[in-house]
Design a protein around this ligand. Structure first.
Ligand code: F0G
Length: 356
């Protein structure tokens, strides 16, 4: 693997931000061309919130989620460090990304997931990329404790967000936001599960100021689902429940990072009910942007904050859409419009479409 292993549209976050990441000449760059995702203005949400609302569409990363930004750094460092095996616990996206980047690097990968807790698209990715997939009859939180212990003192690299290289890679999304907007947003809203990503964005925004790329920092808001809101409630949730399986987490490893981001920036961590997540899921899809339910929590969060008077008129807001809708087709087919049956004739279609 050499530095030229990917080209446009994105050279990958390591090539793009080489000087800002913990990599050097000896680091083999394992990339799938992650990063460089679009920032889309949402007319509908801007009108609704009386603000300028931008969507950072992280579902367009190579494996369909923001995890790729962190995984390129974590796996590159693992190869540099001569690891024998990459492992992670996951609600799905981390396992898909870990499996893909390990395959790219040619090293074995094993993932541990909660049985029945991972959307089909994500599981299919991990399987296809050749990872060993282990299901346990327990939560994500338990899976994370198991793999953490497994990796300790062995030549095994844990690539959950407790791996410091993951967060370094993920902070590049904040760099892109600042670069694409040409300024720092006033308000930044994103889903929170294990709380690594909000920690990473906060780091990215702070570094952007230190580097002179931007002035000021956004107020950071993290969004949990009501049934999986350990940070909002201030205690571990033993049996987290939500339709947004990606953030079905009861004991976030980076809790302190989330609290620091929210506290230092003048934001907060809030929670929203599942029906608000489903509503937001529809609403962005109707603007042409298909995301998975956990990603839609950002938009549900925006509505919640807007109703609470926390989005001043005319603010610039960024909502992060963390994962692609194709990850979780079951939820779409249960909650979306059902296909209609029609006779295989033009006339029948014309009639149904009221064009006859
Ligand atoms: N959105 C999506 C689509 C996710 O997959 C995750 C986390 C989050 C948001 C929350 O990010 O954990 O950094 O606060 N997914 C992890 C996984 C836990 O295993 O794929 P976080």
């Amino acid at each position: 693997m050499n530095r030229k292993s990917a080209t446009v549209p994105s050279p990958g976050v390591i090539n793009r931000y080489f000087d800002r990441l913990p990599v050097g000449a000896a680091t083999p760059i394992v990339t799938l061309g992650e990063g460089g995702t679009p920032l889309l203005l949402s007319d509908r949400l801007s009108k609704e919130a009386d603000a300028e609302v931008w969507l950072k569409y992280e579902g367009l990363n190579p494996t369909g989620s923001f995890k790729d930004r962190g995984m390129t750094v974590a796996v590159s460092k693992a190869v540099e460090g001569d690891t024998r095996l990459v492992v992670c616990a996951s609600t799905g996206n981390t396992s898909a990304s870990a499996a893909a980047y390990s395959a790219r690097a040619g090293i074995p990968c094993a993932v541990v997931v909660p049985k029945g807790g991972v959307a089909a698209g994500k599981l299919s990715q991990a399987v296809m990329h050749g990872a060993r997939v282990f299901e346990i009859d327990a939560t994500f939180d338990k899976a994370l404790r198991i793999v953490t212990e497994l990796a300790e003192g062995r030549q095994v690299t844990l690539v959950n967000s407790t791996n410091p290289f993951r967060l370094e890679g993920q902070k590049t999304a904040a760099f892109e936001v600042v670069e694409d907007l040409g300024r720092t947003p006033d308000i930044h809203i994103m889903p929170v599960g294990n709380a690594g990503n909000i920690t990473a964005y906060w780091r990215g925004y702070r570094e952007a100021v230190e580097l002179g790329w931007s002035v000021g920092r956004p107020r950071m808001y993290g969004v949990q689902a009501d049934g999986a809101a350990p940070i909002v409630r201030g205690r571990v949730v033993d049996q987290p429940r939500t339709i947004a399986s990606a953030i079905r987490i009861g004991d976030p490893a980076s809790r302190s990072g989330a609290l620091e981001a929210a506290g230092d920036s003048g934001g907060s961590i809030v929670s929203v009910p599942d029906d608000a997540i489903v509503e937001a899921y529809h609403s962005v899809a109707r603007e042409g942007v298909f995301v998975e339910p956990a990603a839609a929590a950002s938009v549900a969060g925006l509505r919640h904050l807007s109703r609470s008077g926390l989005v001043p008129r005319g603010s610039t807001v960024v909502c992060v859409l963390t994962g692609h809708g194709l990850k979780d087709p079951e939820v779409a087919l249960v909650h979306g419009l059902q296909p209609e049956r029609v006779e295989p004739q033009v006339d029948a279609l014309l009639e149904r479409l009221q064009l006859a």
